[in-house]
Design a protein around this ligand. Structure first.
Ligand SMILES: Cc1ncc(COP(=O)(O)O)c(C=O)c1O
Length: 391
């Protein structure tokens, strides 16, 4: 029956990343691959989840308080007025919010613009919805967006553009100038922007996250997706949301109800407690991740990576293998697992139309102990000059 699977399903195979994860597990490697913390979530939000379970929040549920918070926060952070009753859909994480949005706006053959490199799941969701991903390369080393390249790729078939800032895998935060250019192009071609803002609270060096929805005439064509996952280190809770003009939000809600009906009830209750955290929580989140970023960058620089671009947000470093390194990204990771018992992600999975096999993504959302142990193991592989023998 395999031949009867859908065309998109047939293209989905075990990725090199998953294969390396299996190898890493067998070797008991330190995991700098996965984009989630290995340290505990804040106790007060876990207590709220336990209390919600004990209070028998066991059924399908829509916790309006989340929408009220999201509306308030959107106003405070971006100056945008959002109606909590009509413009917000609570979903199972950003992932479902994004997928439901694609099903809501994409027809067969519609083109959707993505930046290259980008987070892997967008491509599949777009294809499952019948759309055609079209890629614009971001230019290394600073991952800048070239307006001419963007303009060339827009056509009357373009339905939407996906914007992830802060950006996985590069850690780039799109500048106001870049957002102005994207906004101008989307207005000109009458295109939706679907944003992924899951790292909205994780920015460094006074870099500020700006939502494109706040630019002139953009709110009506922007669907913001985000979640609790990264901000509170609870990727398994599956609580996220889409924010859109009411007619679009209503379509996304109808699709969400058909796919999952509701996000997990007890975790929606706990989300209320999390989202209403004191401002100091968000400040300490940023400064803790900034220290981890600096630690990771220092380690990588010390062993011979040229770190031209310092991540401005998210919790990833996307490091280029030096010219002297003859290994591909996958070969480098295989060696790193075997010889240092550390795993990270080969960058190739993030590139689509503009392939590269020379980048490694290191996640630094790990405890100080994990980072120190990784540093100790990686440092074992250096030559007399202090550089990795793999280079
Ligand atoms: C850019 C980006 N978007 C979305 C997600 C998934 O978010 P969620 O857990 O809310 O589905 C991730 C997880 O790694 C991510 O890196």
């Amino acid at each position: 029956m395999e031949e009867k699977l859908s065309c998109v399903a047939k293209t989905l195979t075990t990725s090199p990343i998953q294969q390396l994860s299996f190898l890493a597990q067998r070797c008991n490697a330190i995991n700098l691959a996965e984009g989630f913390p290995d340290f505990p979530a804040p106790l007060y939000i876990k207590d709220a989840a336990v209390s919600a379970i004990n209070s028998d929040f066991n059924q399908y549920r829509h916790v309006q308080g989340i929408c009220d918070y999201v509306a308030r926060n959107t106003k405070e952070m971006h100056g945008i007025d959002v109606d909590p009753d009509t413009d917000i859909v609570i979903c199972c994480g950003q992932s479902e919010a994004f997928a439901a949005t694609m099903f809501a706006i994409i027809d067969q053959g519609d083109e959707v613009i993505l930046f290259d490199p980008s987070y892997e799941t967008y491509d599949t969701c777009i294809k499952l919805a019948g759309g055609v991903p079209v890629y614009v390369a971001l230019d290394p080393p600073y991952w800048t967006m070239n307006p001419d390249k963007l303009e060339k790729i827009l056509t009357d078939k373009t339905k939407a553009l996906v914007l992830n800032s802060p950006h996985n895998p590069t850690g780039k935060v799109f500048t106001k100038d870049e957002l102005d250019i994207i906004a101008g192009a989307c207005r000109k071609w009458d295109v939706f922007v679907v944003t992924d803002e899951v790292y909205e609270h994780i920015t460094f060096d006074n870099e500020k996250h700006l939502s494109i929805a706040s630019l002139p005439e953009m709110q009506r064509r922007t669907i913001i997706t985000s979640s609790l996952s990264k901000t509170f280190g609870v990727t398994g809770w599956r609580v996220g949301w889409a924010i859109a003009p009411s007619s679009v939000a209503s379509a996304v809600r109808n699709i969400h109800i058909k796919i999952t009906d509701s996000a997990p009830a007890p975790f929606q209750e706990a989300a209320l407690t999390a989202l209403n955290s004191l401002p100091s929580y968000f400040d300490s989140l940023r400064s803790a991740y900034q220290s981890k970023r600096d630690y990771m960058i220092n380690l990588l620089q010390r062993v011979g990576f040229e770190m031209e671009f310092k991540p401005q947000g998210s919790f990833f470093v996307f490091a280029k293998l030096p010219e002297t390194c003859l290994l591909s990204d996958v070969e480098f990771i295989e060696e790193l697992i075997r010889r240092a018992e550390v795993v990270a992600v080969p960058g190739r999975g993030f590139f689509h139309a503009h392939p590269s096999t020379k980048y490694i993504r290191f996640a630094f959302c790990k405890s100080e102990d994990t980072l120190a142990a990784a540093s100790e193991r990686i440092s074992r592989l250096v030559d007399e000059k202090g550089y990795l023998t793999l280079f």
